[in-house]
Ligand binder design. Structure first.
Ligand code: KDG
Ligand code: MG
Length: 420
């Protein structure tokens, strides 16, 4: 890429190899191609339209080397800013431009971010079961794949399907090796409308401490155990749950409350020392500001795609570092391997990066998105290919057309809608 290279094409690739992914492709006059992930689970086409209709025309003719200026242009330059659709779009452009800069300089992106500060990145995966015995089997299956940290979720007695719990336990992917670890929760339900799940907080609060104590007794003291509440509790309920879980020695308890109200975490913090992780639905540093600067959380979970790309995740990391908050970015199977690559380049080069979520992908997803990143013995590494280290097989991607899909909705026993 010379000083005069320009962006000549901006394309959006939508593919659905088992689940929907939106991918941004930026091409330069000198033939460099950069890839960015723009997947927003259940709202995919909104991001695709934002990129195609409102961003692509602005990028053609711009200098691809000006990553920060382009970020400022798309974020500060826009009157309507923030929000998941906008920030996922900005994130996709940012990833693609870092990919181009890496390819132009022949360097993996982590080298451009200051170089490695660690040799490999600790990862956690998911284990779940309809009941506790099935959960314990699922945890064993993930330990057999080498994972050193596992998120444990189970069904709740008296309730039907519970979000984040795979009906089939570890599933047929078990034999495929850790790099093909099967998703612990399926794709967003395909169909014209979201599935409805019934939620009962009291039943969950009776069950969760028992379930996690059983998991700890089963695995012994060393395995890192995590648990995700998916924003379902009030601050009082969250504080009680945190206290009840202290003996389990969790690595983290995630998303205890809907965190629009960052201040409510003060109450939770006053009553429990359980480590807290929040942030996968946040899109900017401002949404984490109180949580970080008042040390109300231990881990910030912002995703490299949904929080404005590598450039913005690094700013969140820098603020968090001052306050001894560490990063544990979102990495479910509904962000693509392109986002996983970007998160790992940040992870290798960021001192306060603690752990990367890795749910795994179906084998066909690894074929559509060929990647230099790899998994081994509980750790991930971004690889040393120039840029993000991603090649997208566009012909294969074209064989899997988009299908409408939604995350489920939770209703309480009385029929009212529960918080996510
Ligand atoms: O699209 C939503 C999922 O990515 C999310 O619910 C998964 O909570 C999740 C997690 O921690 O991976
Ligand atoms: Mg979560």
């Amino acid at each position: 890429m010379s000083a005069t290279d320009t962006i000549v094409a901006v394309d959006v690739v939508i593919t659905s190899p088992g689940r929907n992914f939106v991918t941004l492709k930026i091409t330069t006059a000198e033939g460099l191609v950069g890839w960015g992930d723009a997947t927003l689970n259940g709202r995919e086409l909104a991001v695709a339209s934002y990129l195609r209709d409102h961003v692509a025309p602005l990028l053609v003719g711009r200098d691809p080397a000006r990553i920060e200026d382009t970020w400022q242009y798309l974020y500060r330059g826009a009157y309507w800013r923030r929000g998941p659709v906008t920030m996922t779009s900005v994130g996709a452009v940012d990833l693609a431009l870092w990919d181009i800069k890496g390819k132009a300089t022949g360097q993996p992106v982590y080298q451009l971010l200051g170089g490695a500060v660690r040799d490999r990145i600790l990862t956690y995966t998911h284990a779940s079961g309809r009941d506790v015995p099935r959960l314990l089997d699922a945890i064993d299956a993930q330990r057999a794949r080498g994972f050193l940290a596992v998120r444990a979720q189970s069904g709740v007695p008296g309730l039907g399907t519970v979000y984040g719990v795979s009906e089939s336990g570890p599933g047929p992917g078990s034999g495929a090796g850790p790099d093909h670890a099967r998703a612990g929760q399926g794709p967003a339900g395909r169909g014209a409308a979201p599935d409805v799940e019934i939620w009962d907080t009291d039943a969950y609060l009776r069950h969760a401490p028992e379930m996690l104590a059983a998991a700890r007794a089963h695995v012994g003291p060393e395995l890192k155990l995590l648990h995700d509440v998916h924003h379902r509790l009030t601050p009082g309920e969250a504080a009680r749950l945190g206290r009840a879980l202290e003996a389990v020695n969790l690595f983290w308890l995630e998303d205890v409350t809907p965190a629009e109200n960052q201040e409510v975490l003060r109450h939770v913090r006053r009553h429990t020392t359980v480590p807290l992780a929040i942030g996968e639905v946040f899109n900017t540093v401002w949404e984490c500001q109180t949580l970080i600067t008042e040390q109300l959380i231990d881990f910030v979970r912002t995703c490299v795609t949904h929080a404005g790309g590598i450039s913005h995740l690094r700013r969140i990391a820098a603020l968090a570092e001052i306050w001894q908050v560490r990063l544990g970015p979102h990495g479910p199977s509904d962000i693509s391997p392109v986002a996983m690559a970007a998160s790992l380049h940040v992870g290798l080069s960021t001192p306060n990066f603690a752990i990367q979520e890795y749910m795994g992908y179906e084998p066909v997803v690894h074929e559509v998105f060929r990647h230099a990143w790899s998994y081994e013995d509980g750790y991930l590494h971004p690889g040393d290919e120039p840029g993000l280290g991603i090649e997208v097989d566009e012909a294969l991607a074209a064989r899997f057309p988009y299908e409408p899909a939604y995350l489920p909705i939770a209703r309480r026993q009385d029929g009212s809608v529960s918080d996510w």
